[in-house]
Write a protein that binds this ligand. Structure first.
Ligand code: GDP
Length: 456
């Protein structure tokens, strides 16, 4: 293994910037550029988990003041020797120090390479490694809790448990075929059917958790619809708490679609704000409308903004016909004024939840937030202790394993004989193993880690 280094903190000027080194030469090389304030000290003499203040100096050039953290293998993130240089957070300073390290033989790390080493050195399984990335990208409290759960190895534990059961039965069949005198296959079909059913249920429940998992990591795909001037932009601004969308009195000014991520008390909405849906000859606006319609198809939630001060018109009829059947919240906006819209005329057309709000006077946020919670997190997702899968890769592998188990069941029903069962049991075993990073081809591992941040 060579020694790698990267800037581990964000690439913007900040108070502190960290350069991380990992590998057999990490401490020796850090020693060459780092002069402790107490000149009698050397990093190489420090035990693990020690910090040392000093300066980064090489060839009489002073680069920065820094604190060096020495962590010794194997109790480190990568299981290798690790040094972290806490420098001042100027990007140019950090880049210069990194270049200096490279000139001394350190290799710049690939994105995710530190975590990859943690995986290759057996400190974490692949599902845990992937959760590190989820954690970094987590947009809200629930996503953080879910990735921390996976980081703790909970998914790996469940998968390992399933694999043990499979392996035991594969081994049993093999032994019975080799040594029929000592291992009996009487009644085995029945037992195996029961096991296959049980394992299938576990896998299915993990698969079901995927949609909730996606809602957590990517946010609830939300589309805002409503006729022109209903107050869509105002509602979006209100929910975001900032003036981002442009609000005007001229009809049809929200031309194209805007995409925003907003946090409503820990729940992430990934919002598509669309142009008012109505017939139009204006091409720019038309594009927005088409986008709005296709967004509706893919939405998890529709926010239907109704101008409560104006009677419903054909625009509203059109919108209702488009969003029919989708989970929706109808926001009767402008309740700072007299509301004239009759809820019944809406509820007889679409199945929806109603809230009266005023985007202008910022009324109704609490009610909106608790309705959201109720709709999406009531029983299933509320408990953070539930294990969820969030990765499309995991989903695909679990589906594969499930199909293999289906084939085992078919073979049993068709009376194919035990040696047939093992083929598909092995396939299920292998698919599950890939979640943990076993039996994965190297290039796939590389691909997974390449999606990581630099320095992680
Ligand atoms: P959009 O075309 O649906 O995006 O509507 P806008 O957000 O641009 O708002 C249209 C008009 O309605 C603007 O003049 C807003 O100031 C006004 N408006 C929006 N929300 C409210 C509200 O809650 N109360 C009142 N009185 N006016 C509002």
């Amino acid at each position: 293994m060579d020694t790698i280094a990267a800037i581990a903190t964000g690439l913007t000027d900040s108070g502190i910037g960290i350069i991380r080194l990992s590998g057999p030469e990490a401490i020796t090389i850090a020693d060459r550029i780092f002069t402790p304030a107490n000149r009698d000290t050397r990093l190489a003499d420090l035990p693990g988990y020690r910090a040392c203040f000093g300066r980064i100096i090489y060839d009489d050039t002073v680069y920065d003041e820094a604190i060096a953290l020495v962590m010794r293998a194997p109790k480190t993130y990568t299981r290798e020797d690790v040094v972290e240089l806490n420098c001042h957070g100027g990007i140019s300073v950090l880049k210069k120090v990194l270049e200096l390290l490279i000139s001394l033989g350190v290799r710049p790390a690939e994105p995710g390479e530190f975590t990859k080493r943690a995986f290759l050195n057996g400190r974490i399984d692949l599902a845990q490694a992937e959760s590190v990335m989820d954690l970094i990208h987590a947009k809200n409290d629930m996503a953080i809790a879910s990735s921390l759960k996976q980081l703790s190895g909970a998914l790996g534990k469940t998968i390992r448990h399933l694999r043990e059961k499979l392996l035991y039965n594969i081994a049993y069949i093999e032994s019975a075929l080799d040594d029929p005198e000592n291992y009996s296959l009487d009644g085995f079909d029945e037992k195996l059917t029961q096991l296959v059913d049980k394992l299938s249920i576990s896998i299915q429940s993990l698969l079901h958790s995927y949609d909730n998992g996606r809602l957590l990591t990517e946010g609830i795909r939300t589309v805002i619809v409503g006729k022109p001037n209903a107050g869509k932009s105002s509602v979006l601004n209100f929910l975001m708490g900032e003036e981002r969308a442009i609000v005007t009195d001229i009809e049809g000014t929200t031309r194209d679609t805007l995409e925003e991520t907003i946090n409503v008390d820990g729940i992430t909405l990934s919002v598509v704000d669309t142009a008012g849906i109505r017939e139009t000859d204006n091409t720019v606006e038309k594009i927005g409308i088409e986008k709005a319609l296709s967004s509706i198809e893919e939405a998890d939630l529709i926010l239907y903004i109704v101008d409560g001060t104006r009677p419903l018109d054909e625009n509203d009829e059109e919108i209702m016909s488009k969003i029919k059947g989708k989970p929706s919240i109808t926001l009767l906006n402008k309740n700072d004024q007299q509301l004239v819209v009759d809820k019944l005329s809406i509820s007889e057309k679409i199945d929806t939840h109603f809230l009266e709000i005023s985007a202008l006077e910022h009324r109704g946020y609490e009610e909106f937030s608790s309705l959201l919670r109720e709709m999406f997190f009531s029983n299933e997702v509320k408990s953070n202790s539930e294990l969820m899968i969030t990765s499309a890769r995991h989903k695909a592998l679990l589906s594969e394993a499930l199909s293999s188990l289906d084939r085992v069941r078919e073979s049993i029903n068709a009376g194919m004989g035990e040696d047939f069962y093992t083929i598909d049991l092995m396939a299920a075993y292998a698919s599950l193993g890939k979640i943990l990073g076993e039996e994965l081809e190297d290039d796939l591992v590389d691909k997974i880690f390449s999606e990581f941040c630099m320095g992680k």
